[in-house]
Design a protein around this ligand. Structure first.
Ligand code: FES
Ligand SMILES: [Fe+2]
Length: 338
């Protein structure tokens, strides 16, 4: 599983990390173990004991260190071996270690740096538009390749049909045929983001397009590495999707949504999952079978698919190293649903 490198990924929500038990974490096809030391600081090591390769996440925490479950070798937060019980107290501990990774805790998440050319982080993780309101957090595994999940959040044509009665801009009564909101769309693309904004038909394109810091009436935004923002300011909805690729057919969603009492409709839960999310997940998982056999065999597109396709192209160019030369912003506009 290829990952966009030199980026921070969500290892896990802060609430999932304890100082009593290790937490197993997967990012792409790599396995890590995370734990808190006695100062409550988060650490992430490769999930592989350097003695016989057993997963450290099967072990336990002792004195702020992680102890392997096989022969009890202990490692500190930097991955340095600090105890080998079989050598007895008199012998010195060999200078072995397991790899450790840059870790930071921010926005109620523990983040891990996935290095490419930059062994050490050259920036901090940034989630934009997170205000001091109350935010709900969910984690879920989706059995789909990460890209359909990313593209779905930029897909302006699906909401009326996939989320009838829920999606704030398309609240229809049961039995009513969903209608799409007639709008002009501006899609702005550069070498690390795709922004899609709807404007009422016939109105002028605003000089300054929205950002998470200045959201205007709302937008969809894709940012590196695999992050979507869906802000619908008129409805009070702000959702941030951090996707972590796991395999060619699975990814992990780390979801944050600003919660307001007025959002009762959006906050329907189905078996512990937000209904809004389960609707997308079920649809996308149903396509994975064909996606895995090659999308070129069946996939056809139309103009309003512009933003999802732009994100796909951007990610593809980053992965195959052809980093697109579009440092400057390019714009596609289209009218939809006339
Ligand atoms: S395999 Fe971990 S201590 Fe032996
Ligand atoms: Fe959706």
């Amino acid at each position: 599983m290829m990952l966009i490198k030199d980026q921070w990924y969500v290892a896990c929500p802060s609430s999932q990390l304890s100082d009593t038990e290790p937490t197993a974490i997967q990012i792409g096809s790599d396995f890590y173990v995370a734990f808190r030391d006695h100062k409550h600081e988060a650490h992430i090591l490769l999930d592989r004991c350097c003695h016989r390769g057993v997963k450290l996440s099967l072990g336990n925490l002792r004195n702020g260190c992680i102890a392997c479950g096989y022969h009890g070798w202990e490692y500190n937060g930097n991955g340095k071996l600090v105890s080998v019980p079989s050598l007895g107290a008199e012998s010195s501990v060999p200078g072995y270690s397991v790899p450790s990774f840059p870790t930071i805790e921010k926005y109620q998440y523990v983040w891990i740096w996935v290095a490419g050319e930059q062994a050490e982080p050259n920036h901090e993780p940034v989630l934009r538009g997170v205000d001091s309101g109350s935010w709900i957090q969910q984690s879920a595994i989706w059995n789909t390749h990460v890209m359909p999940a990313v593209e779905n959040q930029l897909d302006v044509a699906h909401t009326a049909f996939a989320h009838p009665g829920i999606y704030p801009t398309h609240r229809t009564s049961p039995g009513e045929i969903p209608t799409l909101r007639k709008a002009d769309y501006i899609c702005e693309i550069d070498h690390k983001s795709v922004l899609v904004v709807g404007t009422p038909v016939g109105s002028d394109i605003p000089d300054v397009l929205p950002t998470p810091e200045h959201p205007g009436s709302g937008f969809g935004l894709f940012e590196l590495p695999y992050r979507n923002y869906v802000f619908l300011e008129n409805e009070g909805v702000r959702a941030i999707y951090n996707w972590v690729p796991l395999s060619a057919s699975s990814c992990r969603l780390e979801f944050l949504m600003r919660s307001k009492e007025s959002d009762a409709l959006v906050f329907n839960f189905q078996h512990g999952e937000l209904e809004l999310l389960s609707q997308d997940r079920i649809l996308l998982e149903s396509a994975q079978h064909w996606f895995g056999q090659g999308i070129e065999t069946y996939e056809k597109s139309v103009l309003p698919d512009g933003a999802p396709l732009a994100a796909r192209k951007l990610v593809k160019s980053l992965l195959d190293g052809s980093v697109c030369g579009h440092e400057e912003k390019r714009r596609i506009t289209y009218s939809a649903f006339a």
